[in-house]
Design a protein around this ligand. Structure first.
Ligand code: ADP
Ligand code: MG
Ligand code: MG
Length: 638
């Protein structure tokens, strides 16, 4: 997660005092990257990122806890990448919490050939295997989960820590600082500075799932902390959480694409952002918070609130006096504006005026300048004393500082440095994790294929930004796949010129309608559906039989998820809890239910037990398929 600078982290008051330097130099750094790389051409490359969660099972006491071993295993996991920078097959990075660890494919990103679609699963398996080997004999399992049912319940970590005595950074009632990644000061600094900037603890309120015996209204009693101010933000009928860790402790699946140039990157950013809520609802897998069933199925809103560092003035609760902007959303959220077509940007975008002017004067067009300047309404929230003085044209830390703490559903990434071989990239970030490697591989490959279909067939998914944002809200609701409709374009293939002339250019209302996920993915009547479009793409390229078989298998899986034939991981989790003999229909997920739930999930993840309700008939590939370096040299993509 983001930039890891070395050195002494500054306090919030010191960071605030120096924020103007980060803003000023950061914009110059972007400008200089932009001019250096604006004309470069690259080839398609892509890769996934998985954040794993470490769980420790105690079969005697029938308890499962989050293991804080992450920082202790990282160095050993990194031995292959450090000893063979060219051929290693996985990379490991720290994540927000000590019970997390991030793994990505190795030295070579995917993309050179279609065969790569066939090795995503094997590489995911390899990573899981590496973790398993590392954890052997410790009773600890690495699982691809989005969240842990009993985050913030007493004793949810091992070793156990009491948040009352261990919360200097978070001031949380529930989440001890020791659960935050201990290997680098960045994460505690972020936690403290977000809270201090906001002027209070973040207030995360997730609607509770009201079952037959859930008290109504549902009101929890909380202990007061030393300041006597605890739980001030708690709302009735909600599960309350109070620090960054509750959001950033949730893991996800990300896919990064390298575009052939800056314009293609902007185009892909826009088009894929419309797909974010659709796929988020299919991948939904997080529905239990602090030991209670919630009414949401995926993680976005929770993280959004967990890092909401806006002051009262910025939230519009007080007139602007100290601060400069009223900002509608948290720094973690769905995107605010399209990058390649302003016609659909129907929401006011709040941006840093000086940054915008500097970018315009520096030769950046309005839309891109607005995007970068809107990231720069946020202050830096982690700053290191030794890194304050930076060059505007050979370093990038200040730009990266702001960029990497704007956590949006999509991220537009310039090349990382002035002399980097890596090009313009976009990152797709809305997906919750699935339990098995094959499901995660299916989601990754599907997103990549959608991106290929977008470019090959010039697909157009634009809908007004306000509608895309509403889709994001709906995508997280309970059983969104079956219970919600989503705004989507009626026609996604390039429009007939004559047809376009019939409508005034300003109005886009005739272009979209509300559709079910099933229609969007599988098509209906005139509307082709994403799967048939992706199939057309697959049929239009020369793909070997084995890879095609893998890909079609994945497409069938996504198709069945969309039709409701297969359950989401979240729906399956709800079903498991509600049919557990200990469950009292009161929304409470006890320690024993949690233990049984993760035992079951562990067996499913490891392939010891099938879960056809969720995975259908996905057939796993054998691990020896992993041979990324044997691919022929990259062929130019259409
Ligand atoms: P961040 O944490 O900032 O999102 P990471 O460096 O952790 O970024 O992840 C990079 C992801 O991008 C990985 O999935 C990796 O495989 C992929 N990747 C690396 N190089 C390229 C490239 N040139 N083009 C596209 N994807 C790349
Ligand atoms: Mg990463
Ligand atoms: Mg990432």
């Amino acid at each position: 997660m983001g930039l890891l600078s070395e050195g002494r982290p500054l306090s919030w008051p010191e960071t605030k005092k120096n924020a103007h330097i980060v803003h000023k130099v950061g914009i110059q750094q972007f400008l200089s990257l932009y001019h250096k790389h604006k004309d470069r051409k690259d080839t398609l490359k892509w890769g996934d990122e998985v954040e794993y969660t470490l769980l420790k099972f105690d079969d005697k006491t029938e308890r499962v806890q989050l293991s804080l071993m992450g920082p202790h295993i990282l160095n050993t996991l990194q031995v292959p990448e450090n000893s063979d920078p060219v051929h290693h097959q996985s990379k490991w990075r720290p994540e927000y919490a000590s019970f997390m660890i991030e793994g990505t494919p190795g030295a070579t990103p995917y993309g050179g050939c279609y065969l790569h679609f066939n090795i995503v699963e094997s590489n995911l398996k390899l990573r899981r295997q590496q973790l398993a080997e590392m954890l052997e004999g410790t009773g600890t399992e690495a699982m691809s989960l989005t969240g842990f049912a009993r985050f913030g319940c007493p004793g949810f970590t091992t070793p156990e820590h009491d948040p009352k005595e261990d919360n200097a950074a978070s001031l949380s009632l529930f989440f001890p600082d020791s659960a935050i990644w201990s290997g680098h000061p960045r994460y505690r600094t972020l936690t403290r500075n977000i809270r201090e900037r906001r002027g209070d603890n973040p207030a995360i309120n997730v609607p509770v799932f009201k079952d037959k015996h859930t008290p109504s209204p549902f009101v929890e009693e909380f202990p007061t902390d030393v300041r006597g101010t605890a739980a001030r933000g708690a709302l009735p009928d909600h599960i309350y959480m109070d620090c960054m860790g509750f959001g950033m402790g949730l893991s996800c699946l990300q896919v990064t694409f390298q575009a052939c140039d800056v314009d293609e990157g902007r185009h892909l950013y826009d088009q894929l952002s419309v797909i974010c809520p659709i796929l988020a609802s299919l991948a939904a897998s997080s529905c239990i918070y602090r030991g209670m069933l919630s009414d949401l199925d995926s993680r976005m809103n929770i993280i959004e609130a967990s890092v909401d560092d806006r002051t009262e003035e910025e939230r519009g609760l007080k007139p602007l006096k100290e601060d400069r902007y009223v900002i509608p959303k948290s720094r973690y959220s769905s995107i605010d504006c399209y990058l390649a077509n302003k016609d659909y940007n129907d929401k006011e975008v709040v941006y840093n005026k000086e940054a915008f002017e500097t970018l315009k004067k520096g030769g950046v067009d309005d839309l891109l300048a607005q995007h970068i300047a809107h990231l720069f309404v946020r202050d830096p929230i982690s700053l290191f004393a030794e890194k304050l003085k930076q060059s505007s044209d050979s370093e990038t830390d200040h730009f990266e500082n702001i960029q990497s703490t704007n956590w949006q559903s999509m991220r537009f990434k310039p090349p990382p440095s002035h002399d980097s071989p890596i090009g313009w990239r976009v990152e797709f970030r809305p997906l919750d994790l699935s339990l098995t490697d094959i499901e995660n591989a299916a989601f990754v490959v599907f997103v990549v294929l959608v991106s290929r279909a977008i470019l090959s067939f010039q697909l157009n998914f634009y809908i007004p930004m306000s509608k895309a944002e509403e889709n994001m809200r709906r995508s997280q609701l309970r059983d969104a796949v079956n219970s919600q409709k989503f705004y989507f374009r009626k026609s996604v293939v390039p429009e007939d010129e004559e047809e376009a002339k019939d409508h005034p250019p300003q109005s886009h209302d005739h272009e979209y309608t509300e559709m079910s996920i099933n229609t969007i993915i599988n098509g209906k009547d005139e509307f082709p559906g994403l799967i048939p479009l992706v199939r057309m793409y697959v049929n239009s390229v020369e793909m070997d039989v084995d890879t095609r078989c893998t890909v079609l298998n994945y497409l069938r899986f996504i198709s069945k998820k969309a039709s409701g034939e297969l359950m989401t991981t979240a729906s399956w989790t709800r079903k498991f809890v509600s049919s557990h003999p200990d469950y009292k229909q009161d929304s409470v997920v006890s320690e024993k239910i949690t233990y049984d739930l993760y035992k079951e999930m562990k067996m499913i993840s490891n392939g010891e037990k099938p879960c056809p309700e969720v995975t259908g008939n996905l057939v796993s590939k054998s691990p020896d398929k992993y041979k990324v370096l044997d691919c022929p040299p990259p062929k130019a993509e259409k």
